[in-house]
Ligand binder design. Sequence first.
Ligand code: ADP
Ligand code: MG
Length: 445
Amino acid sequence: MERLSEDRELRARKLWEEVLGHLKERITAQAFETWFSETRAVTVSDDRLIIEVPNEFYIDWLEEHYSKVVREALRSAGITNLKLIYRPAPKEEREDERGFIAVKKPSTRLQARYTFDNFVVGKSNEFAYSAARAVAHSPSGEYNPLFIYGGVGLGKTHLLQAIGNYCLKKHKKLKVHYVPAETFMNEMIRAIQKRSMVSFKLKYRQLDVLLIDDIQFLRDKEMLQEEIFHTFNSLYDAGKQIVMTSDRPPKEIPSIEERLVSRFQWGLVVDIKPPDLETRMAILRKKCEEEGIHLNDEIIHFIAQKVRKNIRELEGCLVRIAAFHSLTKRPITLQVAEEILRDMIKESRGLEVTDIIEAVSQAFNIPAREIKGKRRKKEIVEARQAAMYLMRHMLGMSLKSIGYSLGGRDHSTVIHSIEKVEKLVEDGEDIVEKIEKAREILKSL
Ligand code: ADP
Ligand code: MG
């Protein structure tokens, strides 16, 4: 009996991990962190997958705002016959020993698994890594604030939290707190509603080290910018350390006040680039070691060559291989690995700009030449923006080359378009289905 329930739990967790992987591609990192990072699969039966969430509030929120994209993620994970049931976690069990949320002290929001020790350093990230170490070693020293930026899945959150974990260990008295910008905003809104702004302000202004993740979320949010501005000044003036991450440099965050941009640049701004082949292989080896997976160099090389832009995806490949192995007990050969990863790898390999335009053309039913052309008809613009979005997310292309590929559009048009689509996707608008269809088409190429 017990064995069976363990198996079910394991299966549930594997399934949910897969669903979360798909979700990550559809919603912003902040939304993911806020609403899904503390979910946990409990068990699975023939027709139900049970997911625990921190409390009732989450259930309402997830059902109201995320049911559509969750459904799509389930579908993408090939789960069509299971009904998803959320339930609140029993109070004491929330911080369980498997380290699922592994919060050291609840108030820091740090996850213990992000450390400097398990961060693999290569050319692409050594600058950011060294700066992060320096800050962790002596907070409020030379580099304040530290601003780390780079593409999706390249280790920003990892470094940010590693700073926090290191600070906690070395400087026990320091008050360290990690918060995604979106969570900060949600807390602020709740504080306004509950008339508890004073304690909200206090909470943040008494910190020694404030780590804000995904600060690009500030765009277009004046009230949030205002609050961050004051928090920033108050901490900075008191000689406290601030570290921020963003998916782009301060100057490129659209509609953000100049006074904030300038503050973000007062200290040190560093970037993380996509890792080179050797670093990708080193990361895979490290993860295998951590997970107790044995893969020979040929397979490591195979995966590292195929997945180029995103370390989270590299991890996803390993998770899939490990799941396959534990479920089938088949040894992992190169051939088996290729088979398992076939559809995952398609996304990041060999795809070309023209494939994306072609897929969008089919999914949106708009001729490719119109997508590349100049006409401003609503449906055409929508397809064009979706193409930009997919180029950014699937190919990791720079804004400049996306603009160039679509008939010489400037960089701000491209940012604006991508963000518009991101917002629509996040809100679960109709466009999601068409984008999904385009992805399907791309996968089948
Ligand atoms: P970002 O915040 O930039 O989107 P994350 O920090 O969430 O990316 O990284 C994605 C995943 O890849 C995480 O699980 C992280 O631990 C892992 N990762 C990223 N960079 C490295 C690295 N250099 N060494 C080891 N793991 C890494
Ligand atoms: Mg992140």
